[in-house]
Design a protein around this ligand. Sequence first.
Ligand SMILES: [Zn+2]
Length: 254
Amino acid sequence: MGLFDSHVHLDDSRFDGDREELISSLSEDDIDYVVNIGADLQTSKNSIELSEKYSFVYATVGVHPHEVKSMTEDDIDLLRELSTHDKVVAIGEIGLDYYYDNSPRELQKKWFIRQIELANECNLPIVIHSRDAAQDTYDILEQHNRSSRLLIHCFSQSLEMAKKYVNMGAFIALGGAITFKNAKHLLDVAKFIPMEHLLLETDCPYLTPEPFRGKRNDPSKVRFVAQKIAELKNIDFTEVVDRTNYNARMFYGI
Ligand SMILES: [Zn+2]
């Protein structure tokens, strides 16, 4: 079994120069699957387009908290329509971001809830973005999610929150941040997360792991996240690869 990169943005303009070449070479890097994540209507459509071109690329559709300031109910209808596509495997990335506050917090909450309801209605899992908004994110999910599987992407919260999400049955994805030198508390989080709740991701082109930090990230670098987890948990690299691949296919229903 190969690696499963559960969160990529290969439609980002930083890949414009070599997108096809890069995606075509991923199997040589032992990448089995990638899920390209929508962050607004346009990138949701871009994700679907990529998934139509490559059998091992899947897509999500959703509006990121940065982009909800101008969201309308028509956008929910559009997302509902897009979500019926064969290769769409989740609603996301949706959530709350109080670090940048690019959209007013009240609107962030409103459209987070509305998109959770949409995922429930469409029987799709949810990919969650949460930054500096741990308690509100948790409370909203607890109150409003009825039936969707949950994935907290690029987990950066406390150990205590990780425990609460595991109790809730959520999956947690770790990325390049666990390889950073200032990532102390995340190391404890990584050690804690039970293997059956863990996914790997790059969030490329962002969050490039060491030893490539500062360069553009891409799915081939997800192996450095797997290596770090194997080291922290003192288990085989192949066990990390196999189990996270299995979990990601379970979560996304692939
Ligand atoms: Zn992302």
